[in-house]
Write a protein that binds this ligand. Structure first.
Ligand SMILES: *[C@@H]1O[C@H](CO)[C@@H](O)[C@H](O)[C@H]1NC(C)=O
Ligand SMILES: *[C@@H]1O[C@H](CO)[C@@H](O)[C@H](O)[C@H]1NC(C)=O
Ligand SMILES: *[C@@H]1O[C@H](CO)[C@@H](O)[C@H](O)[C@H]1NC(C)=O
Ligand SMILES: *[C@@H]1O[C@H](CO)[C@@H](O)[C@H](O)[C@H]1NC(C)=O
Ligand SMILES: *[C@@H]1O[C@H](CO)[C@@H](O)[C@H](O)[C@H]1NC(C)=O
Ligand SMILES: *[C@@H]1O[C@H](CO)[C@@H](O)[C@H](O)[C@H]1NC(C)=O
Ligand SMILES: *[C@@H]1O[C@H](CO)[C@@H](O)[C@H](O)[C@H]1NC(C)=O
Ligand SMILES: *[C@@H]1O[C@H](CO)[C@@H](O)[C@H](O)[C@H]1NC(C)=O
Length: 481
């Protein structure tokens, strides 16, 4: 349907008919090369190319498809939106050349007025929509930004749980799509694409000329009731989807792609967020497919905002230098009650990984991984310490994390290079690590498990685990959640 396929091609997926949605963004965004744009306009711009609008307005999420279990319950249905408009109603021109930045901003300003009058929906029809940044708002929300030049991605305040930008001190670039303090946010469509045109940012990172921390493709801060579904996100400058201080977040049916060497292009990073359900996603990128976080060292400890009640289900993909699902390394506000199931990872550095360090404080408790298939993953299960990665001199070496009750079961790993590497932290031994029905095939007979500062249980684990895990499985049989 969509003839514009500059990158990976855009295939309209299936209809999505939300009834409850405040905002439906239905489209394809294809960022164009920013460099060209910057010579022509003061606005940072990107190109949105939309598939033509389908029909909207009936059943909610989880009412169909997706197999027996779904994220249903994580996202509260809202009534049908009263106002549905198209970007063309605001004079938008989807020719791939005309700047629509002001048009998008005007559209959002206009539709904001319906936030408490039944909500609104902005459709972006088929076409190529060049735009710069615009903010989202409640009951209709999106903020798109694409940078021509880093100067055109405004700097915003650092997150309090990080105290500074993650990569550079001080503020950080705003995200391509950004929202703060919102409720009822929906970003969805018929497998339309949002392209973050990250290359410029990766270049800045590679050539060490990045001045401020890169922005995300989508970041929602301090927001509730969020659904991001049925879209393709490409080429994020940095972590792709970053819900931080959020609750009730569903991320479902997403395809997230970035070059396998693109730095820090994590797929989905729930951060200090509660009730997050990630389901049916395919991710390939240059960093963890999913990484659960909760702030960094003394800043995260002070803010004490945990990530809890997180489900990651039916996620698959590859990341050659990083992990399928990572917990940490930023975990200073605490991470608990994470369930990862039906994970399929191939050609990656690690399958499941827990990352922490001295100085982090916080905790990682009640984590379970079930039904994990790993193919050609170098280290199938890895607990690791950081490499002196701290925000500033103010970190407290005595702030050690508490890592307890990690349950890993039903794992099949084929052709791993190494046996599990489970390295806890001195004076903060990881406890009650439980492995059950874990089969690692194709390991060379000389490979040994490497375990330090961990203790726990193992049953039906092949090859035989390290002695630290050879305690008897307790009667609770390791089911913590
Ligand atoms: C969505 O688009 C991506 C990229 O073109 C494609 O890989 C994926 O299979 C599509 N997903 C669906 C459900 O059509
Ligand atoms: C996603 O697309 C599928 C297939 O068309 C549809 O059944 C489902 O309702 C959509 N789900 C969400 C949450 O958008
Ligand atoms: C969003 O819509 C709900 C009703 O669905 C309303 O209660 C709420 O006030 C609206 N929020 C804003 C910020 O307008
Ligand atoms: C968007 O929101 C950010 C803060 O969240 C603000 O700094 C910026 O001015 C807003 N931009 C527009 C165009 O409203
Ligand atoms: C670094 O990369 C950016 C973005 O591609 C480019 O504008 C800049 O000239 C590069 N700087 C150096 C020193 O290579
Ligand atoms: C971990 O699970 C146990 C048992 O269900 C529960 O009592 C405890 O509060 C949980 N811990 C955290 C930090 O969520
Ligand atoms: C984690 O789950 C357990 C068991 O359901 C519950 O007791 C505990 O309160 C949860 N922890 C948090 C922080 O919500
Ligand atoms: C062990 O795990 C494998 C892989 O997930 C699964 O197919 C098998 O049914 C499990 N066996 C038991 C006894 O649970």
């Amino acid at each position: 349907m969509d003839s514009e396929k500059p990158f990976l091609g855009v295939r309209p997926g299936n209809f999505f008919r939300p009834a409850w949605v405040p905002l439906l963004l239905l489209f394809t965004v294809l960022a164009i090369l920013s460099f060209q744009i910057s010579t022509k306009t003061v606005f940072p711009e990107s190109l949105i190319s939309g598939s033509s609008a389908g029909e909207y307005g009936s059943p909610g999420p989880g009412t169909e498809s997706g197999g027996p279990i779904s994220c249903i319950g994580f996202f509260g249905a809202a009534p049908k939106r009263k106002v549905v408009m198209s970007i063309t109603d605001f004079g938008g021109v989807g020719d791939g050349r005309t700047s629509n930045t002001e048009t998008f901003r005007r559209a959002v300003r206009h539709m904001q007025g319906f936030g408490d009058k039944g909500g609104s929906q902005l459709n972006v029809p088929k076409g190529r929509w060049l735009t710069g940044s615009f903010n989202l708002t409640s009951n209709f929300t999106l903020f798109l930004e694409e940078g021509a030049d880093p100067k055109e991605w405004p700097i915003i305040k650092p997150l309090p749980s990080y105290g500074r930008g993650r990569e550079r001190s001080g503020g950080r670039h705003i995200s391509l799509v950004h929202g703060d303090g919102l409720t009822n946010v929906i970003i969805t469509g018929q497998n339309g694409t949002i392209d973050g045109q990250g290359k410029m940012w990766w270049d800045l990172w590679w050539n060490r000329t990045l001045e401020h921390t890169r922005g995300h493709l989508v970041e929602l801060v301090n927001s509730q009731n969020i659904l991001i579904s049925n879209l393709t996100f490409l080429n994020s400058p940095f972590w792709t989807i970053h819900p931080v201080y959020c609750s009730n977040v569903v991320i479902k049916g997403m395809t997230i792609l970035a070059p396998l060497n693109a730095p820090n292009t994590d797929g989905i990073d729930p951060d200090s967020s509660t009730n997050v359900c990630i389901e049916d996603c395919y991710i390939e990128s240059g960093d963890d497919l999913v990484a659960v976080k909760s702030g960094w060292d003394q800043y995260g400890i002070t803010m004490a905002r945990p990530s809890t009640n997180i489900i990651v289900r039916r996620v698959s993909g590859t990341t050659p230098t990083c992990s399928g699902v990572g917990i940490g390394s930023e975990m200073s506000g605490g991470i608990s009650n994470v369930t990862v199931e039906d994970l399929h990872v191939w050609d990656s550095a690690a399958g499941v990984r827990i990352k922490s360090d001295k100085g982090r404080g916080g905790y990682i408790v009640n984590i379970s991984f079930h039904n994990i298939i790993l193919e050609r993953v170098k280290i199938p299960i890895r607990f690791s310490r950081g490499s002196n990665d701290h925000p500033d001199e103010g970190w407290d070496p005595k702030a050690v994390p508490k890592v307890k009750r990690v349950f890993i079961s039903n794992v099949i790993s084929i052709n791993s290079l190494k046996a599990p590497v489970l390295q806890g932290i001195e004076d903060a031994s990881y406890e009650e690590i439980c492995l059950k029905n874990v089969t690692l095939l194709g390991l060379s007979p000389s490979t040994m498990w490497k375990c330090e500062f961990v203790s726990g249980f193992a049953s039906e684990v092949f090859p035989t685990p390290c002695s630290q895990l050879q305690n008897m499985i307790p009667s609770s049989s390791c089911s913590y959640l």
